[in-house]
Design a protein around this ligand. Structure first.
Ligand SMILES: [Fe+2]
Ligand SMILES: [Fe+2]
Length: 372
């Protein structure tokens, strides 16, 4: 119970004002001392003694253990939404409008790519660069090297032969894939000095990896270019990282002993991330079709894509959208309270029906994203 209560606490301060950590701790201690029964929507707020910040604590019961379990991962029976820490001073209309104006004016914290990564990205643009040379640079980061080997050994790429050599793995994945991974990782690391914001950024990265793997897998049936599907999936939510970076520059968020998820910013991240992502794509010089998928992966049905070449973009956006929802249903991303993938508009776009062939296509997806 104590751990749950701790998770329910959000704290922030604005414009470099120091947090009143002691007050927050006191509120937490008071809450955790003796849990009282609460109704499912109980919400209490405390005004911080100094600064505009408030601690908000919401408590609702954990998801009902007796609720009927879904029989398939892609069909989620109605379930209560758990409680997530909420940042009231950030997650609101005023902050939304402020960030919106910043994005429109271009006065936005673009995610800088560290010099060493930028150097490597330039090298990757050279024609016929030997993969051994790339591997020599990549292996300076054991985390990145491990990531490349893991993906190369996944069922998406591996033909059953274990790949142990990094250069072999990189060759299998290809230059564009390597570039995208470097962009994503370099922009998600150290988003801010706040571990809380970095937690949220890591969640976005985990979601993005799951979407990229699903998109590549689904492209066997739904899209002709699996590499493009993978890249669009990997970078589709990069705008969320840019927004978190900006929040990290505008707010001084103190350290706390709970993990933050992107649910803390649901008023901001969903409506703004596509627009922010477009800015990032321009700044990084991302390939046009991937840039369009970043910009349009949610509102593609209302976009005027022409028939012909642009129809492929529409397809790509729908594929990313479908993969995005599947990742969420599998617990990689924002919490889903209920749904059936076959009722999802992107599934209808592909005439996705629960027939034998489609169910067979869906079968390996949970294992694919389990440890990504
Ligand atoms: Fe998105
Ligand atoms: Fe997403």
């Amino acid at each position: 119970m104590f751990a749950l209560l701790k998770k329910l606490l959000g704290i922030f301060c604005f414009n470099q004002k120091a947090a009143e950590g002691a007050d927050a701790q006191a509120a937490l201690a008071a809450l955790s001392a003796e849990p009282q029964p609460l109704d499912s929507t109980a919400t209490r707020s405390w005004k911080m003694p100094s600064g505009p910040g408030r601690i908000t604590i919401k408590r609702t019961p954990a998801p009902n253990a007796s609720a009927p379990a879904a029989d398939y991962w892609w069909r989620i029976a109605p379930r209560p939404r758990p409680v997530f820490p909420e940042f009231e001073a950030i997650n609101n209309k005023e902050e939304f409008e402020r960030l919106d104006r910043k994005i429109d004016s271009g006065d936005f914290a673009m995610m800088e790519v560290p010099d060493n990564i930028m150097g490597l990205l330039k090298v990757l643009k050279q024609p016929d660069i030997p993969f051994d040379n790339i591997a020599a640079v990549v292996q300076k980061s054991p985390v990145m090297a491990g990531e490349f080997l893991k993906i190369a050994n996944s069922s998406l790429y591996s033909r059953g032969n274990k790949i142990r050599s990094l250069s072999q793995a990189l060759k299998l994945l290809g230059i564009e894939h390597i570039r995208a991974m470097f962009y994503l990782y370099s922009s998600s690391h150290n988003i801010s000095s706040s571990p809380l914001l970095n937690d949220a950024a890591n969640q976005v990265v985990e979601h993005s990896k799951a979407v990229s793997l699903i998109a590549r897998h689904l492209s066997k049936k739904l899209f002709p270019d699996p590499d493009l599907a993978f890249l669009a999936g990997l970078l589709h939510d990069v705008g969320k990282l840019a927004i978190l970076k900006q929040i990290g520059e505008d707010f001084n968020i103190p350290q706390f002993d709970f993990k933050l998820t992107e649910e803390a910013f649901t008023e901001i991240l969903p409506p703004l991330h596509a627009k922010a992502g477009k800015l990032v794509s321009q700044s990084w010089d991302i390939e046009e079709s991937v840039a369009l998928a970043i910009e349009c992966h949610h509102d593609y049905p209302s976009r005027n894509f022409e028939e012909g070449g642009e129809a492929a973009i529409l397809h790509l956006c729908a594929l990313v959208d479908l993969s995005d929802m599947m990742a969420k249903m599998l617990g990689k991303g924002l919490f889903i309270t209920e749904g059936n993938i076959f009722d999802y508009p992107a599934a209808a776009y592909f005439n996705f029906e629960p027939d034998t062939a489609t169910l067979k296509l869906l079968e390996p997806i949970p294992a694919l994203v389990k440890n990504c």
